[in-house]
Design a protein around this ligand. Structure first.
Ligand SMILES: Nc1ncnc2c1ncn2[C@@H]1O[C@H](COP(=O)(O)OP(=O)(O)O)[C@@H](O)[C@H]1O
Ligand SMILES: Cc1cn([C@H]2C[C@H](O)[C@@H](COP(=O)(O)OP(=O)(O)O)O2)c(=O)[nH]c1=O
Length: 216
């Protein structure tokens, strides 16, 4: 149960539909009178957006990639996410740390224990505990269908250019993260039409205690 604002992350392989549906949820929450911050990782601050450009286009070794992801996340948490939550706002974030476990961990094969250490450093809260989303919407889609949706939709970046086998490992990584913290996750079947996926996202939120709360 969140003590201040609400932090919701959107996760899934590239092409699963996260960016398409984040706006719809933002509209629904604004209609409840809430202030919504829409943001993304890697990115969300001037510094983190510079790191994003490097991460998405420059070749680097897996440790370097993991460290830059967490460096961008640290700045994003300090400059944007924590202040917004302290003001009682809703933060909708297109990807967060589950993506690092799924992509750098399961996709690239980087050591999961090292990622867990970085997670605890970077997301440490001042009075103890580790910042995690209150809800993570995992858009689960067959990588072959995601690849079809992305084909021709945009110029692929370093990650989007990976083969389907990479995205199968990433998807397994998300399933693994869900199994370790099932209460935080809602799995959204992303294979349906835009309308059914939109309803699935809203249904996942409706079951949460904060859904009916009035804006602070
Ligand atoms: N339910 C859906 N059915 C068919 N196409 C979809 C659906 N959801 C999204 N798309 C399309 O698939 C592509 C990838 O969606 P996007 O939201 O950018 O994915 P992501 O942000 O997860 O990478 C876009 O061209 C989008 O219009
Ligand atoms: C946050 C994060 C993203 N990524 C990757 C996944 C995506 O391929 C890429 C950028 O994410 P995303 O913003 O979803 O890209 P797009 O808007 O083009 O769909 O960064 C990681 O590998 N690790 C991470 O920790």
């Amino acid at each position: 149960m969140p003590s201040s604002g609400i932090f919701i992350s959107f996760e899934g392989i590239d092409g699963a539909g996260k960016s398409t549906h984040i706006e719809a949820l933002a509209s629904a929450l604004r209609a409840q009178g809430r202030t919504v911050v829409l943001t993304r990782e890697p990115g969300g601050t001037p510094l983190a957006e510079k790191l994003r450009a490097l991460l998405l286009h420059d070749a680097m070794d897996p440790l370097c990639e993991a460290l830059l992801m967490f460096a961008a996340r640290r700045d994003h948490l300090q400059q944007v996410i924590e202040p917004a939550l302290a003001r009682g706002e809703v933060v909708l974030c297109d990807r967060f740390t589950d993506a690092t476990f799924a992509y750098q961990g399961h996709g690239r094969g980087f050591d999961l224990n090292t990622l867990a250490t970085l997670e605890h450093w970077v997301q440490a809260l001042p009075h103890g505990g580790v910042r995690q989303p209150d809800l993570t919407l995992w858009f689960d889609l067959d990588p072959a269908i995601a690849a079809e949706r992305l084909a021709g939709a945009r110029v692929p970046d370093k990650f989007e250019a990976q083969p389907v086998a990479f995205f199968r490992r990433v998807a397994a990584g998300y399933a693994d993260r869900l199994s370790k913290d099932p209460g935080r996750f809602a799995r959204v079947d992303a294979q349906g039409t835009l309308e059914t996926v939109r309803e699935a996202v809203l249904d996942a939120c409706r079951t949460r205690p904060w859904w009916q709360e009035q804006a602070p």
